[in-house]
Design a protein around this ligand. Structure first.
Ligand code: G1P
Length: 297
C-alpha cells in the first residue's frame, strides 16, 4: 500500500471583518458568534480534531485576540467550577481545548484575499500537506467532512477538495469544479473556476470550504497574483498546482450551513438546536407557534 505524508496541521483563516453581522461583530469576531452554545470557530476545530489534526493554525487579524483566549484555559473560571463541583462544565471546557503547544496564531496584515491568508501560514506549515477549513462553512454529518477527506487522501495522496451540489443559479457565488474520471471515494478534478459568471459554471459542484493541499501551493501563492474581485484567490493557485499534481474531489453529502450570511447562520442555529433532544422537545411547538404569529409591532 502506498503511504503519503500524513495531514497533521490545519489552517483556519479568521481575519475577515464580518461586516454582514454588524453591529454584533464590532468588537466580537464573527467566528465567535455561536451556533446554539458553541462558537462557529469551535465547530471547525472540532471537525479537524476528529479527523486527526494535531496542530491548529489560525490566521487572524486585528480585534481577533479573543479567539486566542478561547483556545486557552480560563484559570479563574475553572477554579470556580471546581469549587462548585461542576464537573460536566469542566469536562466540556477540557474537550474543546487543543493540547498545549498545538496552536499557532499569525496575522494577515492586509485583507488581500483567501489565497493571501493561506500564504500567511506558510512558515508554520512548512513542507507538509495541510488541511484548510473555512470556518464560515459549518457542517454536520455522521463522520465529519474532514475525516472523510483524510480517508480519501490516505488512498489517493495529492490534493483533495470537498464539493457539494448546489442549484445552478447559485454557482456564481462559489468556486466550482469540473469533474473528470471517477476514483474510489471521489473523482479527478479536471478544472476549477472561482465565481463563474451566471450560465458558465462547468458543473454544479461547488467548493464547500474544506481542502487538503500540498505545500507547493505556497510557492504559487508567493506570486501574489490577483483574480476574481481583485483578490488573491486560493482557487486560482489550486488551478495552477493542478497542472503539476493530482487534484481529487470529494462529494460531501452531509448538511452545510454558510454562516457567512445571516440566513445561513440563523438556519444553522435552528437546525443544531432541533438536533439536540433536550432543546428540540420544547422548541418545536414554540417554533410552530411563532410561524403562525403576526409580529407584535
Ligand atoms: C471562498 C472560496 C470559494 C468557496 C467558498 C466557500 O469564497 O474562494 O471557492 O466556494 O469560500 O464558502 P468566499 O466565501 O471567501 O467568497
Amino acid at each position: 500500500m502506498t503511504s503519503f505524508k500524513p495531514v497533521r496541521k490545519a489552517v483556519f483563516p479568521v481575519a475577515g471583518l464580518g461586516t454582514r453581522f454588524l453591529p454584533a461583530t464590532k468588537s466580537v469576531p464573527k467566528e465567535m458568534l455561536t451556533i446554539v452554545d458553541k462558537p462557529v470557530i469551535q465547530h471547525a476545530v472540532d471537525e479537524a480534531r476528529a479527523a486527526g489534526i494535531e496542530h491548529f493554525v489560525f490566521v487572524t487579524g486585528r480585534n481577533k485576540a479573543v479567539i486566542e483566549d478561547h483556545f486557552d484555559i480560563q484559570v479563574e473560571l475553572e477554579q470556580t467550577l471546581r469549587e462548585r463541583n461542576k464537573t460536566d462544565a469542566l469536562e466540556l471546557l477540557a474537550a474543546s481545548l487543543p493540547p498545549a503547544g498545538q496552536t499557532s496564531f499569525t496575522r494577515q496584515q492586509s485583507p488581500l484575499g483567501l489565497g493571501h491568508a493561506v500564504w500567511c501560514a506558510r512558515n508554520i506549515i512548512g513542507n507538509e500537506p495541510f488541511a484548510l477549513l473555512l470556518p464560515d462553512m459549518v457542517m454536520r454529518d455522521k463522520k465529519g467532512c474532514m475525516s472523510s477527506m483524510v480517508e480519501l487522501y490516505n488512498k489517493t495522496g495529492g490534493n483533495i477538495i470537498a464539493t457539494e451540489e448546489v442549484a445552478w443559479e447559485e454557482t456564481h457565488k462559489y468556486g466550482v469544479v469540473e469533474t473528470g474520471k471517477e476514483v474510489a471515494g471521489g473523482f479527478e478534478i479536471s478544472g476549477m473556476v472561482e465565481k463563474p459568471p451566471q450560465g458558465t459554471a462547468p458543473s454544479n459542484l461547488f467548493i464547500n470550504g474544506r481542502y487538503i493541499l500540498q505545500p507547493e501551493i505556497f510557492d504559487i501563492l508567493s506570486g501574489h497574483e490577483t483574480g476574481a474581485g481583485g483578490e488573491i484567490q486560493i482557487t486560482d493557485a489550486m488551478l495552477k498546482l493542478a497542472k503539476e499534481q493530482p487534484f481529487y474531489g470529494f462529494r460531501f453529502t452531509g448538511r452545510t450551513f454558510d454562516c457567512g450570511s445571516k440566513e445561513g447562520f440563523i438556519k444553522a442555529n435552528v437546525a443544531f438546536a432541533m438536533w439536540q433532544s433536550d432543546l428540540a422537545e420544547d422548541l418545536r411547538p414554540e417554533l410552530e407557534e411563532l410561524l403562525k404569529e403576526k409580529p407584535p409591532f
